[in-house]
Design a protein around this ligand. Structure first.
Ligand SMILES: Nc1ncnc2c1ncn2[C@@H]1O[C@H](COP(=O)(O)OP(=O)(O)OP(=O)(O)O)[C@@H](O)[C@H]1O
Length: 632
């Protein structure tokens, strides 16, 4: 019997309570995963001990065998998961089992409304880990002792808002978790069931998972002898690290199970890539592409990186140095033969070996995406979830710009749909004879892009335009210069050079109408004064009377608005006003005199700004002018 001292009862952090509630209700139909989660934690704890013992093998204290044991007691209705890993001290128990360390969890949980909370998929974004025990247990007891401490600790909770913690005697290091099963979960206290679950979920774990095997002696006739029971421990999982095994011997289910272990995810991965590299550098990598985004994907301090092993010894989680930021959704394992066992995060930052592994792994990850892209549906799932992150690529990784460009997907006037599912290769294939450039427009929303006056001439001529409407798009386009030898052109910037595609008669007519409007252009320029940089006649419009454009190398409207919203002061840039010489309103303008001319010229400018998604400096003045003209 253990004696408990220093007992205190503490409350869970609010987020833990919310998460527990969410989990118990949403994972009911998937209850068996509790065992996978607890074994996964135990395996991590064994990895951590192995790592700390590299410097101090005294930590093993005569028992160097790392193992996980699972026992059950059908009568008492309990299941116990025990490990000889690193264990926890009192502070760690409070910290790890009473709080959720991940920043942003509280905010995320707050956003979830009642209906959404029922969605089992959401819970996967957190990786419920230890707390999943409460899906099947109405009480959990944890007894643990850290390998470098003499003091054992006991933690108990019914998962209802508080836990009790006390010091106990505990000769064995490591952690033991006893689950007191709920009435309707007693089925898990069964040898056969447990064994199957271990094989299903934890076969690939490096550490042996053992279960007691009860044997009875037999008499000469082969009958079991009562009272002769002996118990031996039997290893029930394969217990070799998955990535070490030859690819041909690993089936898809094993790859998937391993993903769930390392990524703490509930869903299957979309795809994976397993490679052994030999030569100057020797390492094995197993990269996975998740199906769902973690809730902290866009947080600067969100978890990312690979699980790093050196010669099969676990070194660290979330080693960020091996992949660029724009591939932060990739999960996986890297096992290197060349790095020193005592490698630290700081050393990783500076190592040339790490740099060459990073560039090789980046290529692998991009190749994995290219392969996935052959399956349109799967790739679309990827793109809808992580496309925005991949769009950071061309700016961050100049060397792989072309590869990344091939992986991008866009909305275009060809499909006129918000779904971004067209590649640049698709676009190039559809280019018109004589078309030199890949045209795009950037706007704040899909509708603003697809209804922009700038597209009128393109639609008329049947030239496809990419409709970019994500916040990051202008940033992306400023880092893409060409694709397949074709340069990119923003249809809202600079002069339109559709000349190669216009016939002679068309060109001549355009020149003539520009000439005929020279006078009007001058008058408008005078009326608008410093509000515009230039006024000119355009042929890019068919339905609208006017539009605003920016000089070729100027930052685009969308990016300007974003930077201004972020408090970044920018030098003012005046737009160029382009007039449609064939529009009735422009004809009316031409025949208007005096104050009305000024009003109408201003109205045309303001309307062009609005149509492009911009805000008016002085909206009241616009309304007043419009009303004056309407009531004239
Ligand atoms: N068997 C164990 N031995 C030692 N420490 C453990 C054990 N189980 C859990 N812990 C500690 O408790 C922490 C919280 O565990 P929990 O399973 O909730 O989350 P996690 O494993 O960190 O990540 P995730 O939430 O993604 O599963 C772990 O990070 C670990 O430090």
């Amino acid at each position: 019997m253990t004696t408990a001292t220093q007992e205190e009862t503490l409350g869970f952090q609010t987020e833990v309570k919310q998460l527990l509630h969410l989990m118990i209700h949403s994972l009911y139909s998937n209850r068996e995963i509790f065992l996978r989660e607890l074994i996964s934690n135990s395996a991590d704890a064994c990895d951590k001990l192995r790592y700390e013992a590299l410097d101090n093998d005294g930590l093993y204290a005569g028992d160097a065998e790392l193992r996980i044991e699972i026992e059950h007691d059908a009568e008492a209705g309990t299941v116990t998961v025990r490990d000889t890993g690193i264990g926890m001290n009192r502070d760690e128990v409070i910290q790890n089992l009473g709080t959720i360390a991940k920043s942003g969890t509280a905010d995320f949980l707050k956003q979830l409304s009642g209906e959404k909370q029922k969605d089992a998929k959401l819970i996967g974004q957190f990786g419920v880990g230890f707390y999943s025990g409460f899906i099947v247990a109405d009480e959990m007891v944890v007894r643990t002792r850290r390998a470098d401490s003499e003091q054992g600790v006991e933690w108990r909770s019914k998962g209802e808002g508080e836990f009790t913690i006390a010091d106990i005697d505990r000769p064995a290091r490591g952690t033991e978790i006893v689950l007191h099963l709920k009435e309707d979960a007693k089925e898990f206290a069964d040898e056969f069931r447990l064994k199957n679950l271990v094989r299903k979920y934890s076969d690939h774990i490096d550490v042996p998972v053992r279960m007691p095997k009860v044997e009875k002696a037999r008499d000469e006739e082969g009958n079991e002898i009562d009272g002769s029971e002996t118990v031996s421990w039997e290893t029930v999982n394969e217990a070799t690290a998955l990535w070490v095994r030859p690819k041909a011997e690993i089936d898809d289910d094993e790859y998937k199970a391993f993903y769930k272990h390392i990524a703490h995810d509930f869903s299957d991965p979309l795809t994976w890539s397993h490679n052994k590299v030999e030569g100057k550098l020797e390492y094995t990598s197993l990269l996975y592409l998740p199906e769902r985004a973690p809730f902290d994907l866009y947080q600067r301090d969100g978890v990312r990186g690979l699980k790093l092993y050196v010669q099969r010894v676990f070194i660290m989680d979330d080693a960020e140095a091996f992949l660029p930021l724009y591939l932060r959704f990739v999960k996986g394992v890297l096992d290197s033969r060349d790095l020193p066992l005592n490698v630290s995060r700081e050393l990783l930052q500076k190592s040339p070996q790490v740099d060459s592994m990073k560039s090789a792994l980046t290529k692998r990850a991009l190749d994995m995406l290219k392969k996935l892209a052959k399956d349109k549906e799967a790739y679309q799932t990827f793109w809808n979830t992580f496309g925005d992150v991949l769009k950071e690529g061309p700016a961050e990784d100049y060397a792989n710009r072309d590869k990344i460009a091939g992986l991008l997907r866009f909305s275009t006037t060809h499909t006129d749909s918000t779904t971004q599912d067209q590649s640049l290769a698709d676009y190039v294939e559809r280019m018109k004879a004589g078309q030199q450039k890949i045209y795009y427009i950037v706007a704040d929303s899909f509708n603003a892009a697809s209804h922009s006056p700038h597209l009128e001439i393109f639609r008329k001529k049947g030239i496809e335009v990419l409709l970019l409407h994500d916040r990051i798009d202008e940033w992306l386009m400023s880092h893409l210069t060409e694709f397949d030898g074709k340069s990119f052109a923003d249809v809202a910037k600079g002069d339109l050079e559709l000349d190669d595609m216009a016939d002679e008669a068309e060109k001549q007519a355009q020149e003539e109408s520009a000439k005929a409007k020279e006078d009007l252009v001058k008058r408008v320029q005078q009326a608008l004064g410093e509000h515009v940089q230039e006024v000119r006649v355009t042929h890019r419009l068919t339905d609208s009377p006017a539009c605003v454009v920016l000089p070729e190398h100027e930052m685009g409207f969308q990016m300007r608005r974003m930077m201004e919203a972020a408090g970044q002061p920018l030098p003012e840039v005046k737009p160029i006003l382009e007039l449609n010489p064939d529009h009735a309103l422009v004809a009316r303008l031409e025949s208007t005199e005096g104050g009305n001319f000024d009003d109408l010229a201003h109205i045309l400018l303001d309307q062009a700004v609005i149509a492009e998604g911009g805000h008016l400096d002085d909206p009241a003045a616009y309304v007043k002018r419009l009303n004056t003209l309407l009531s004239a």
